[in-house]
Design a protein around this ligand. Sequence first.
Ligand code: CO
Length: 177
Amino acid sequence: MELLDIYVYGSPLLKRKTRKVGQLPDNFPQFLERMYATMYDDNGIGLSANQVGVDLRFFIVDFSLHDKNMGKEVFINPEILQREGVDVLEEGCLSVPGIREKVTREWKIKVRYENIQREVIEKEFEGYLARVIQHEIDHLNGILFIDKISPLKRSFIESNLKKIAVKGKTQTEPFSI
Ligand code: CO
């Protein structure tokens, strides 16, 4: 399967809020398979649409990489309804390769989203899974985890970010499904 291009830091598409998903295109299931293949290739646990250049509000996860009892899931038009508690943990991102930083997030969240059958789901997540979902919803709102660290820490990684942005700045064209 042909992998998708991952849009990296510096691409304007990662800084824009994505569009709400309306009717899904016929080839959506096939496109998701390509997204999963791209995510696994980079050992990711989550991947948002705009990380592959698609201006739509959805992301994929494979929680089985963290918890064997869970699996693949698509979150369409997700919104966080409630947030609770605090948790600090190191994060990375396929769009910011080679950089890991501690990020403060809520411990527990309640999310409303549509699944692949377009059923509206309301569900609570906590700990690591809540963190992944917050990270991906941030992507859909044009926010990267490095936007949430202190200016001092950010200054330490600025030269690495500039190197990543050399590629990112060329990724200006959206990818259409
Ligand atoms: Co990310």
